[in-house]
Design a protein around this ligand. Structure first.
Ligand code: KG4
Ligand code: ZN
Length: 377
């Protein structure tokens, strides 16, 4: 897979060297490796992007089993890496750096990719970047489009639902976050009560194709609230209650369509608020809204967000579908952008189950009251 785009270098800082980076992604249920070249002028080329999905291994359990995931990563990481290098036509000596996801995610899996990346870095004398998986999603739109900093980002995946002002490489300010479930989690849980297979989001989207989104009325959570936070638990409960009484396939399709519409509406309504705040704080032309993460693969969500952004005068960018869900090309690019600025990490960089992009907001204004498992984002 080859995509070539010219794009502005981050900020005004010109960098001098071409980066050819091996990216490794093992934070959830996909083992992925990719090679990305980034030129000093910011042009990006994806030389290879290989993803081994573990869906079949987790499907019988209806969700991701961390121990199974970690073992599957161990079994496939070397083969996937060899394939990525082979498709890029390179050996380790053709690389200028290694970028491995270091969190947030299932820590057993994160440790597999990070340790593997450290071993290559040590053996080959290459710099290592311990990449925040969310920073990978944040730069994913830059893999295939000219998206300069700053931009407003809606990051919607299975574990995260946040609005972030992305100012520069590694410089994010959180404008809003979920106070309960992530949007992908809501898709997955409602899909489960509808009897759909894991992963639920794509299955629910397929079922919704034939449904009438207006047959069932679902609650519009947080509507009119002045901040940019999200909440999906009320929707989940209401949908589960309706699902119990459904008797036909057509009714299930109607509920799926209503759920999809409600999630898209909430994402758009909260994003609209964030756009208003972002536009006020940015006295420059070229406002841009980017959606990334697995839920950005949903067409209804994309369409609704595009319409909302354009009504606010924002350019809208969503990554190609293959870069919405977890992949290693986004990790390689996040690493390449840091290496181009002279940033790298020591070989004892830790694997981090939780790792917020905006440390200050996470510490001073946690949207989750930490429970037994702590705050999510
Ligand atoms: O970004 P991702 O691959 O992994 C995380 O970092 O979480 O996102 C996975 C999430 C899952 O919840 C999945 O159900 C959801 O993205 N998803 C979708 C679609 N494709 C993936 N949700 C709705 N519609 C889709 N087409
Ligand atoms: Zn992800």
């Amino acid at each position: 897979m080859r995509l070539l785009q010219e794009q502005a270098p981050p900020g005004n800082r010109m960098t001098q060297e071409t980066q050819i980076v091996l990216g490794l992604e093992t934070s959830c249920d996909e083992t992925a490796a990719a090679v990305v070249r980034r030129e000093p002028n910011g042009a990006v080329e994806v030389l290879s992007s290989v993803i081994a999905s573990q869906i079949a291994a987790h499907a019988p359990f209806g969700g991701v089993v961390p121990e199974i995931a970690a073992r599957a990563h161990v079994e496939s990481i070397d083969g996937i890496t060899a394939q990525a290098l082979g498709e890029a036509g390179l050996g380790f000596d053709g690389l200028t750096g290694i970028a491995a996801t270091a969190g947030p995610g299932l820590v057993g899996g994160v440790m597999v990719g990070l340790s593997f990346g450290k071993a290559i870095a040590l053996a080959r004398g290459l710099p290592l970047v311990a990449v925040n998986h969310l920073e990978g999603h944040a730069v994913s739109a830059r893999l295939a489009a000219d998206v300069g900093y700053p931009f407003l980002l809606l990051l919607v995946s299975g574990g995260h639902c946040q609005l972030l002002a992305v100012e520069d490489v590694g410089a994010c300010k959180r404008l809003g976050s979920t106070i309960d479930d992530a949007a992908g989690e809501a898709f997955d849980k409602i899909a489960k009560v509808l009897g759909l297979p894991y992963p639920g989001g794509p299955a629910l989207e397929a079922l919704a194709q034939t449904g009438d989104p207006d047959r069932f009325v679902l609650p519009r959570m947080l509507l009119g609230r002045k901040d940019c936070d999200f909440s999906f638990s009320g929707l989940k409960t209401a949908a589960a209650r309706i699902a119990e009484g459904l008797t036909t396939e057509a009714m299930r399709a109607d509920l799926a369509a209503a759920v999809q519409k409600a999630i898209a509406a909430q994402l758009a309504e909260r994003s609209d608020r964030a756009m208003a705040a972002f536009a006020l704080s940015k006295a420059h032309d070229g406002l841009r809204f980017v959606v990334a993460g697995g839920v950005a693969a949903n067409q209804t969500v994309r369409d609704k967000l595009r319409a909302t952004a354009e009504a606010r005068g924002f350019a809208f960018t969503a990554p190609p579908l293959v870069y919405c869900t977890d992949n290693a090309a986004m990790i390689a690019l996040a690493g390449a952008e840091r290496l181009a600025l002279g940033m790298s990490d020591p070989l004892d960089a830790p694997a981090r189950p939780r790792w917020p992009l905006d440390h200050i907001a996470a510490a001073t204004n946690p949207t989750h009251v930490p429970g037994r498992k702590g705050a999510k984002a």
